[in-house]
Design a protein around this ligand. Sequence first.
Ligand SMILES: C[S@@+](CC[C@H](N)C(=O)[O-])C[C@H]1O[C@@H](n2cnc3c(N)ncnc32)[C@H](O)[C@@H]1O
Length: 262
Amino acid sequence: MRVMRRPITRAETARANRAWWDGAADDYQREHGEFLRDAGFIWCPEGLDEAEARLLGDVAGRRVLEVGCGAGQCGRWLTGQGATVVGVDLSYRQLQHSRRIDLATGARLPVVQGDAEFLPFRDESFDLACSAYGALPFVADAGAVLREVRRVLKPGGRFVFSVSHPIRWAFPDDPGPRGLTADRSYFDRTPYVECSADGVPTYAEHHRTMGDWVGLIVSAGLVLTGLIEPEWPDGHERIWGGWSPLRGRLIPGTAIFQCLRP
Ligand SMILES: C[S@@+](CC[C@H](N)C(=O)[O-])C[C@H]1O[C@@H](n2cnc3c(N)ncnc32)[C@H](O)[C@@H]1O
């Protein structure tokens, strides 16, 4: 595998990430499934739990879309709160894990395989949409996802989503001391790309600054109503990739945007 910062198209990104998540899904669920819980809504590696945070407000009786739902843990929790939820994800293998959990728990979450840049739902069909690190950190065109979410939300509907905090792009993705020294430009939007030995992209993430996110949200016709930077809680020692107590106590690791469709 070769790691680089280089341009990559929208189609290459989707192709690479679909295959990557299909290949990584088993390990991902093995490593993080217990922390996420079969029916639990964890917003981020900091462990912010929707059961306490209530960033979505009262969901009972609401029709909710979970974007980039993975194995559907968040959607299953919302269903338990009385919402009617549909999940969409690019990866068939992630959705098979959702089905596995359905069969084990008896709580069925309807899911659809699709790309968040082209949501397969009709206009104004949801009251709420949410995403915990689903799709938005990975897609080439985050504006397209935001426009699609706006389209499928009813007027007055809300979208809350978490992504890696943009400041993290200025630091090495290392949970240890090396990850504390900024060594690259925060303003460099060149995507992070992993390639096979013959140069074919196998994984991609796209960087947006905080200002870029605000601009994309506004351009999509949404109103930004809140921005949360969860603090690392005392006693939380779990490391998730580059997210660790060492770094989390010093710099933010997650940004959660709360948006409204007017
Ligand atoms: C970090 S996981 C988050 C899933 C879940 N919220 C969780 O915490 O496990 C990211 C998910 O986004 C999905 N994803 C990536 N790109 C996507 C796209 N373009 N459209 C829809 N889902 C996408 C991946 O397949 C993966 O399941």
